[in-house]
Write a new protein. Structure first.
Length: 347
């Protein structure tokens, strides 16, 4: 098993080196658009009336620009993808952006955002997936970005986690877990997801990387609330399996039935094993690096953080460290956890 893991790691580094050599020739796509939740958000929630915002220290402690609204100690996954795509700068948040910036790309992701409109309503304002797509349509039309250009751009999406964390597994004020089984809920979410992807396709999206949901039951928050504080919450992990299965099938459906569609599914779930973490140098997989007050999930402002951030999988009680984000982004770019295409091949 160890030998297999070692070979897999060699593949990641070799493939990434090759991809980076290719990228060195210049920016690989004319523009890059980002959609999703806090895993991808880079500042869209800063001015919203919401408790889901992180524009304060210690967030951004390892980022040259300090606290920007990224839910991490440093860069997030889209930041690393932008680097691998050889963009001269990170993709700016939609909030405060000018129409001109839509020609090179915008990040529409919003912390607490979900597939369902009701998701995370107890936290305050957030920009749902539906509204993000509406913002994209409005912005690209205002900027007069041509449909042909949009077809050449890269799109990445991470959405759905909050529909479990801040809806299905949160009884009050939600009732979804009393209405749906795991399979029924996944089917409902994917029906919405399909309609939103169709809307993106109509606007011009052709090269799309859709990120699945990770093992939410292994986040410090869910270990505490649903795992008895001892280990991963098995039922939570079990619940997201049909969602990921259906999402991967949805990607295949678009590739088969929609002209010129080049969609890929990024598996965020399968690689989360103790052996894989250990092989990559992660020593702490069940605790936050920053100080999180009891009953909370985000870092307490200006409180101590762990000494070796690189050894931690989680930055706060839900979100990953920059080190984890880097591993995920490079693996997706190289094709180790993406099907049927690597993100490099999308370009």
């Amino acid at each position: 098993m160890a030998e297999k893991m070692f070979k897999a790691l060699l593949f990641v580094f070799a493939a990434t080196a090759f991809a980076m050599a290719e990228v060195a020739r210049g920016q690989r796509v004319p523009c890059y658009f980002v959609f999703g939740d806090s895993v991808f958000d880079n500042g869209n929630n800063n001015d919203l009336n919401t408790s889901a915002k992180v524009n304060y220290s210690p967030y951004g402690i390892g980022f040259t620009r300090g606290p920007t609204g990224r839910f991490s100690d440093g860069r997030n996954i889209p930041d690393f993808i932008a680097e691998l795509m050889r963009f001269s700068d990170y993709i700016p948040p939609f909030t405060g952006a000018s129409p001109e910036q839509a020609h090179t790309g915008l990040n529409y992701a919003s912390g607490a955002g979900g597939i369902l409109e009701e998701t995370s309503q107890h936290l305050g304002d957030r920009i749902s997936f539906k509204r993000q797509i509406k913002n994209h349509r409005t912005m690209t039309m205002t900027a007069k970005v041509s449909p042909e250009k949009l077809k050449k751009c890269l799109y990445t999406i991470h959405i759905g986690s909050n529909d479990y964390l801040n809806n299905y597994f949160m009884p009050a004020p939600y009732i979804t877990n009393r209405k749906y089984t795991y399979d029924q809920y996944a089917d409902s979410l994917i029906r919405h997801y399909r309609s939103y992807l169709k809307s993106l396709y109509v606007v011009g999206a052709r090269k799309v990387a859709v990120f699945g949901i990770s093992k939410l039951g292994c986040t410090p928050r869910m270990i505490a609330s649903h795992g008895g504080g001892q280990g991963c919450a098995t039922e939570v992990n079990k619940a997201v399996v049909p969602f990921n299965k259906n999402l991967r099938a949805l990607v295949n459906e678009f590739n088969t039935n929609f002209r010129d569609a080049k969609f890929t599914f990024v598996d965020m779930y399968s690689g989360q094993s103790p052996l894989a973490y250990a092989a990559l140098g992660f020593m702490v997989t069940n605790k936050s690096c920053c100080t999180v007050e009891p009953g909370q999930e985000l870092c307490a402002a200006n409180k101590p953080v762990c000494t070796f951030r690189r050894r931690y999988v989680y930055w706060d009680n839900v979100h990953s460290t920059e080190a984890t984000n880097k591993v995920v982004a490079k693996a997706a770019f190289a094709g180790l956890n993406s099907f049927p295409y690597s993100i490099a091949l999308l370009a």
